[in-house]
Design a protein around this ligand. Sequence first.
Ligand code: MN
Length: 313
Amino acid sequence: MSNLDQLTKVTSCEGHAKTSCIEALPTRDSILGEGMKIRRALPQRDRPMVGAWCFLDHFGPLAIGSGDGIRVGPHPHIGLQTVTWLIEGEVFHRDSLGYQQLIRPDQLNIMTAGRGIVHSEETPSEHSDRVHGLQLWVALPDTDRHTESAFEHHPALPRIERDGMDITLLVGEGQGEQSPARMFTPIVGYDIALTDSGARAFELDPSYEHAVLLTDGMITIDSEIMAPSMLYYLGMGRDALTISNESPARFAIIGGAPFGEKIILWWNLVARTTEEISQARDDWEAHRYFGEVEGYDGPRLVAPALITRLKAR
Ligand code: MN
């Protein structure tokens, strides 16, 4: 996916340390590729990251019909991993390493941009009526951010069913399971479908900060009712959550050790200095350094002008 937008100010939990804070952060509407409306949950002006998670788009559920669906032309990434998780529908990925991969519901794509990669994403010509999913970005630590680019498709992930929860572990370790996805920092991501009503505990790693995004229905965490179109930052130091619901619902939990490095996220690039961002931008616009994507029927994305000095945060 591809990012170009402004951030609005929100209230905060004061850093990472508060154990019982819940910070309700509104997502904002944004446009993905050639006109698809999505909700962007990260970055937030006062909450740029949750662990190493630095970007979160919630797209759909959207009826596609005979329309185009998702169409995001070739664009570059550096310094991050993209994590794509589908709840409904299909997305076809192509990249400059030569991977061409259809992703379906309950499957995960992990693209490690490292020193640089180009990809496109589109609804395939034969597709379901609806598309719904998440795309997240994970910042790479300084020690790994210049690594060779890579792509992984995981058709099946660890799944745990208990207490009316159908839990999928997307990345990292948790609930006694380990995801096969290759990650570079202590991190976790879950998709949780509530198939039965009630209240139950969900264990967390207290050394991580966490956040919750609802993708369907309504849930209560501890005593806070979670609304759609909001990201709930939960702080650090929690051993467990109490999750309750009255009807079927679905949500994601993301978490990780506080990242500990300041980053610049600009357009589709993650770096540490304005010079690095400017270099990557100019390389992309000059058709040098980055590879090519084969087979996408449409134009590559144009980088915006870089007119201000960027501040790492
Ligand atoms: Mn992208």
